[in-house]
Design a protein around this ligand. Structure first.
Ligand code: SAH
Length: 264
């Protein structure tokens, strides 16, 4: 099956037996990831060389979001208070992006051997004054995780949402919406007290036409179309405040799109 059936946003029984996301088997997905090496090569499916350009693209995207609030492009950005790296693997993004941007980074990742690797690596690293620290480590799939209400400036989701079916993804994103720091009335006049809050989704998108989601039997995940992501965000009560295609990746890979989301 290479084409999703028509998607009815009012009826979230979309996981019919013929929809690609109906084939997602989270037990099978975890079995796959537990067999993968705890290194960047494992995380990036044999394309470790894409990590650097990925992190540069993410860093630029996040900085633009944050500067949107704070005028002068050259001002150093203050640290965000607390962020989450979701489906974090060995913490490639935690180490390469989030610890530089935030005081505390919580990590959500179902495969314990990956988070053990991250903890071990950070123990060996020298403490640096301008780096944040690891907060909670949660070994759960995102379908089972509920962010603390009002806790996060950024909830970063990259290359892991294909393990949730459409219904689970909408429910998860609704919980993330509640997990974002809300602007206080005072922050309307005082720019410094509210640093902004966003859900970021950075995922492969299928190249096909409308509605073309692709099931991958190897890791039991789906690659969604841009169109499907947009409908899912809408259903979750989120609006896209910025979106960008990652540039500089090998042409034979799926396009990778970043979305910054806020409550509607
Ligand atoms: N985001 C990281 C890791 C990507 S690899 C990075 O970009 O480097 C995909 C990760 O998704 C793996 O660590 C895998 O264990 C995790 N994963 C698998 N099933 C998941 C689920 N149901 N919920 C959240 N993460 C899941």
């Amino acid at each position: 099956m290479d084409c999703d059936p028509p998607f009815d946003v009012h009826s979230w029984t979309s996981s019919t037996s013929s929809a690609p996301d109906a084939s997602i088997d989270q037990v099978k997905g975890l079995k796959y990831w537990n067999s993968i090496s705890s290194d960047v090569n494992g995380m990036l499916g044999g394309f470790p060389e894409t990590s650097r350009i990925d992190l540069i693209g993410s860093s630029t995207f996040l900085a633009k979001l944050r500067r949107g609030k704070l005028g002068q492009p050259k001002d150093p950005l203050p640290k965000l208070a607390r962020v989450a790296d979701c489906g974090a693997g060995i913490g490639r993004i935690t180490k390469g992006l989030l610890l530089k941007a935030a005081d505390v980074v919580d990590v959500v990742e179902p495969v314990k051997k990956f988070t053990d690797k991250l903890i071990e690596e950070l123990k060996d690293e020298e403490k640096s004054k301008d780096k944040g620290r690891l907060g909670e480590i949660v070994n759960l799939g995102l379908q089972d995780w509920t962010p603390e209400v009002g806790a996060y400036n950024v909830i970063w989701n990259q290359w892991c949402l294909g393990h949730l079916n459409d219904t689970q993804l909408v429910a998860y994103l609704r919980r993330c919406k509640d997990g974002l720091v809300a602007p206080s009335p005072a922050s309307e006049t005082d720019n410094t007290s509210f640093q902004g809050s966003w859900i970021v989704v950075k995922e492969n998108v299928s190249k096909g036409g409308r509605n073309q989601d692709i099931y991958d039997d190897e890791d039991s995940s789906v690659t969604r179309s841009d169109d499907k992501f947009r409908r899912i965000f809408k259903e979750a009560g989120l609006r896209i405040v910025d979106t960008k295609l990652q540039s500089g990746f090998p042409k034979d890979l799926f396009p990778v799109r970043m979305y910054a989301l806020r409550p509607e």
